[in-house]
Design a protein around this ligand. Structure first.
Ligand SMILES: [Zn+2]
Length: 301
């Protein structure tokens, strides 16, 4: 990016020296061939590093993102960089706050992200065409000023999920900001097998029923036996599958069509999973008694 910006400037700086700040009309008198050459030069200078508007710029930003140039600014970041902290569980155990997204990048390298379709525009023939970003407008004396917001979920499909919401003037930076925010909000997901219909003891569902709330939306999550799948709507499915949960039942109340609130209510429910204290002994006992009961039942039959 920097190289690209410098080049045109140099050219511009060089031109006045040749022409010695002649008026614009003189420029047109130049021979056509020289003009063509100049144009071609400009094109080549632009083409390589400098991205155009829209899609290309996004790619360039993505390329510029990698964590190689990361200089940690927080104590936690320095510890992670130097290798003192090697697992993200250590951070959660000590109750530290993650203030740099690069920490998460380094400790959870196989992180995936998903966009929640929060926005939409009324389409032809009724209904709403959903879009990943929501555009809102505020009135100004000279017209409307727009702002775009996005909700991004990050997770590794194995027990870690984060949610982030951010807004910006344009589409791409809003998503990038939301993604960074989601990395800061990452939490561990307590998984288990809390269904009485299933005593496998594997981490395919959640250990107990929880409810989360955001705005008017309330979400109840219930453990389900193996093979049920995710009984939730499609947007929530994205979050739950990124958390690494395979079977779940749910129920929701309120204005669930406000997708931002639904996503955050679900995330609130996930947080509640971690807040509950469960004595492992009692769980183990319950499981063993269930298993023995099952065996007895089989024998009785
Ligand atoms: Zn199970």
């Amino acid at each position: 990016m920097k190289v690209a910006k410098k080049k045109p400037k140099e050219e511009k700086a060089a031109k006045p020296d040749k022409e010695e700040a002649k008026p614009m009309k003189k420029k047109e008198e130049k021979p056509k061939e020289a003009k063509k050459e100049e144009k071609a030069e400009e094109r080549t200078a632009r083409r390589t590093p400098r991205p155009a508007r829209g899609q290309r710029r996004e790619d360039a930003d993505m390329a510029a993102e990698p964590t190689i140039d990361w200089v940690p600014t927080t104590e936690l970041g320095k510890d992670v960089m130097s290798g003192k902290i090697t697992s993200i569980d250590e951070i959660f155990k000590r109750g530290l706050k993650i203030q740099e997204p690069n920490i998460v990048d380094k400790l959870l390298p196989n992180l995936e992200d998903e966009l929640i379709l929060v926005g939409g525009s009324p389409g032809k023939g009724g209904g709403i065409r959903r879009t990943p970003t929501k555009r809102t407008a505020r009135m100004h004396k000279s017209g409307r000023r727009f702002r775009v917001s996005a909700v991004v979920i990050v997770g590794n499909r194995d027990g870690y999920v984060g949610i982030g919401k951010a807004s910006a003037i344009e589409h791409v930076p809003a998503i990038a900001k939301a993604k960074a925010e989601a990395k800061l909000n990452i939490i561990p997901i307590r998984r288990g097998c809390g269904s009485w219909e299933c005593t496998c003891g594997e981490n395919h569902s959640i250990p107990f029923e929880v409810r989360g709330k955001c705005g008017s939306v309330e979400v109840i999550l219930k453990p389900a036996p193996k093979g049920v799948g995710l009984c939730v709507n499609n947007e929530m499915k994205k979050i739950i599958s990124l958390a690494g949960i395979k079977d779940i039942w749910s129920k929701s109340f309120g204005n669930t069509k406000s997708r931002v609130n639904t996503a955050f209510a679900l995330f609130d429910a996930f947080k509640k999973l971690n807040m509950m204290k469960v004595a492992d002994v009692s769980v183990a006992k319950a499981k063993s008694s269930l298993k023995s009961n099952k065996k007895k039942g089989i024998e009785a039959e």
